[in-house]
Design a protein around this ligand. Sequence first.
Ligand code: KIV
Ligand code: ZN
Length: 509
Amino acid sequence: MSDRLIIFDTTLRDGEQAPGIALSPDDKVAIAHQLARLQVDVVEAGFAASSPGDFTAVQRIAREVRGPKIASLARTHPGDIDKAAEALKDAAERRIHVFISTSAIHMESMLRMTESEVLKAIVESVKRAKSYCDDVEFSPQDATRTNPDFVIATCQAAVKAGATTINIPDTVGYAMPADFVDLMKRVYNEVRGGNEDVVVSTHCHNDLGMAVANSLSAIHAGARQIEGAINGIGERAGNTSTEEIIMAVKTREDYFGVEIGADTTQIVETSRLVARLTGYPVQYNKAVVGRNAFAHESGIHQHGVLRDRLTYEIMDPEAVGHRSMIVLGKHSGRAAFADALYKMEITLDDEEFSRAFVRFKELADRKGEIGEEGLRAIVAAQAGIELGRFQLVGIHLSGGDHEVPTAVVSLRHGEETSQFEASGDGMVNAAFVAIQDAFGIPATLLDYRVSPLTSGADAMAEVNVIVQVGADTYSGRGVSTDVVEGSAQAIVAALNKADNSGMTAETAE
Ligand code: KIV
Ligand code: ZN
């Protein structure tokens, strides 16, 4: 048995299925590049047949990202497999991941297919995928609620048709480690057997908080691939957390006895990027990447760590990429700002740099000191934004207990600055209506999220919005010490994108 564990990251596919996450193709490419720096082995870039946006993202990642193998998910439908193959065509290394449900409840209620029809679909689809690429993965969806004999039959059929990775999904997070090990042992012995070309894999969901435990328990049963998502994001309670698997296997090499290729020093950076772009914050006490994961509060612990870090730390914070703190203040100039970006490995072109620096100075004047999280958020909101018809100059608000909330938004358009006034059922709503009037495009605020970047009364926050215009959605981001101003920035950014893509009052109807 090989002692190399393959890390398959599905942040961009299953992770992105988490409610409220809508990553743009640019966001997905940025995350895929970071996953390449983290050196995961496989990046599941999306489900190419599911939407034109997913197709584009898979195709761009296949073309632009080098290092990991790039995978696309596909149902057993011929059209899905053809789309996956087309999107992956330009990847240096590619994989088609075929799945179909195998549990009685899924087959009866969703697929309306019999066992023999499912087996036939598996054989035909794996063969079709194999005609496009050598590397084919097969997953019997809802495997842990499927009759184990049928799991084995489907996986054997898939291997016979050419699948080289057999992935066992605990789709609804139902398994317990001991049962899961029993199932994985059967898959290892009865499906893989002595066939060294076949890798057995796990894909666990976290509905009962067991995803990481189940995945790790399968290593002793012969699994040599684990699927996970950064920060554990994914459907419902999420997926196995990729970074927890990496650090468990590294820290307890003595116990698991397998090797992985990941560069652990990229973990924190990857976690932050995913949190920022998805708008899903990381819980403070999250293992490995939570902001308290290496914080020692009790005096006894602090005393111990000061004497010898190993008294209370089983991992070195620097090994997962926690760096000494970067803090800039209102007196920091362009050189200090450039130096901080360099240390954070952020590269901007001249125009992006100037925009980000101007915004940094505005906020540093109000806030005093800005740490790494804040700097990253400022850069993310300013760099790479699509400049468009309007730029936010300022916002004036009035309201109170007995007054209708009103916003006067100043927007620059070329050389001219104009004011747009509107009322709403709250300050953010009033700003939204005013900005929407300025653009003249009817829009709906689909998602609105505020994430604090610092604490205290003068806290800085990042605001992420998704607006719907016609049938399309556009995301925008803003950073400010004032939540309404940050919201206005995010709304302007999103509507500039809609405007740039040609949306008008007529096409938006
Ligand atoms: O959870 C699941 O079953 C899946 C499959 C598509 C692998 O995500
Ligand atoms: Zn899943």
